[in-house]
Design a protein. Sequence first.
Length: 370
Amino acid sequence: MTCDFLAQALPGVQKISPYVTGKPIEEVAREFGVALEDIVKLASNENPIGPSPKVAAAIQAQIADLARYPDGAGYDLKQKLCALHAINANQITLGNGSNDILDLIAKAWVEPGLNAVYSQHAFVAYPLAILAAGGECREVPAKHYAHDLTAMLQAMDANTRIVFVSNPNNPTGTAFSQAELEQFLAQVPSHVLVVMDEAYIEYCEQGAIANSMPLLGQYPNLIVSRTFSKAYGLAALRVGYAVSSPVVADVLNRVRQPFNVNSMALAAAAAAVEDQAHIDYIRSENRKGMQQLEAGFSQLGLSWIPSYGNFVAVDFKRDAAPINQALLEKGVIVRPVAGYDMPTFLRVSVGTAKENTRFLEVLTSVLQHA
Ligand SMILES: *Cc1c(COP(=O)(O)O)cnc(C)c1O
């Protein structure tokens, strides 16, 4: 008799359906016989331009020391983040990507009998983290694809430990204002941690959407989550960070692995933080790319959800799966979002002008033949 190890897995773990990543370029080349150089991948909200040019030298400098463990405290990167955000090092928790941070939060504060709240159409990493910790997922219906903050408040009870808020949200691109955030925070019960996932905030003009960082002093239950995977262009290296009260950071630092961020990632992120001019450039290029995609969608008579990120959810008003399949066959990789209750949409990341043009050309031909 072999043991059924699935049945023996913890109940929350059994409920998890594995995360589906964007299809790798090599896989599409193999499956559909498209030449590698003809493939356009706009599926994982990656930065098409890449990181600051200063990053390569910072990584190179680490190669001599690969036999050594990294600085588990991340001193240098934390110093740079302190200067950037006007915060103290004891407020920072570094993560192996911000996904690590989300997992650490659930691991530290959720167990069976406790729950965490998040919105419909919100980033799938939240339910994954909650289920893995054995907690109850409270998914709150969205309002016009955006977070319904009032309904999210109503979903909280004495057993709620966390509310995950994505601003801007992936995959919808929706966001709310500073006034809306402040009104929300003022009403969240003090025993509930508010995780503001701001993975795309570097793409937003200052003041365009809520920025929770300045509110940390006022709300000891606030955790701001940021990442180097998007505008900073370091998705491959896996670095993210949380900023919180020192007490919350102390808890998170207890549950993380001692060396959860590797030395090349630490050095690269530190170099990237120093080059804010590059982030300004990435933001302005993204805006142009977004305008290009929107103009293309307009011309095709398609509607989309206006987005504050580096991606946009476009609505075909019918099952988008066959359209996705036809795009794949021509070497264009975008992201189906049926798993997010959005079966008529595809999420498209903003690429370079050339990639956007190719995507729009292929989409036009696919729609003509559909
Ligand atoms: C991409 C993304 C992240 C970042 O994930 P990393 O683990 O830092 O690469 C976090 N939150 C949202 C909403 C995202 O879309």
